[in-house]
Design a protein around this ligand. Sequence first.
Ligand code: DQA
Length: 146
Amino acid sequence: SQLLLINGPNLNLLGSREPEVYGRRTLADIESALSSAAARLGHQLSCFQSNHEGALVDRVQQARSEAVAFILINPGAYTHTSVALRDALLAVAIPFIEIHLSNVHARETFRKHSYLSDIALGVIAGCGALGYQLALQAAHERLSQT
Ligand code: DQA
C-alpha cells in the first residue's frame, strides 16, 4: 500500500534539537529507516516535513488523490493548536497514527491536549524514534486485516 509519513514543525532539526528530549537521530535517519522497513513489508512510503501549518494541510489533502492508505504523523507543536490539521485529516478520512518522540504527558500541561488523538487510530508517545517503527507495524497489521 501507499503510506505517508508527515513530520511537522521543528522536526527538521532532529539530532541537534534538545537531544535529551528528542534523541540524537536525524529526521533523514528516521525517514530512511522507515522507508526500508515499509518496503520490506511490501509498502511504499512517502515522506514529508514542513514547518508551515498550511503546507501540512495541503499535503494531507493531496494524500486523497494519491490513494494513500495510511498516514503516520508527528504533528509537532501543531498537535496542540491545529484545528485545521484535524479538519484536513477528517476530510480525507484516511486512517492515521499520531506519533510523538517524547512523552507529551510527562511535560508541560499544554502538551497533554491533542487536537488529533480522539480521531487517530492510535497514539504512540515517549518511545523515541522507535515510535515510528511501532506505528508502521500497527499500520501494516491494520492494512493486512482489510
Ligand atoms: C513532539 C511533541 C510536541 O509537543 C512538540 O511540540 C514537538 C515534538 C514529539 O515528537 O515529542 O515538536 O511532537
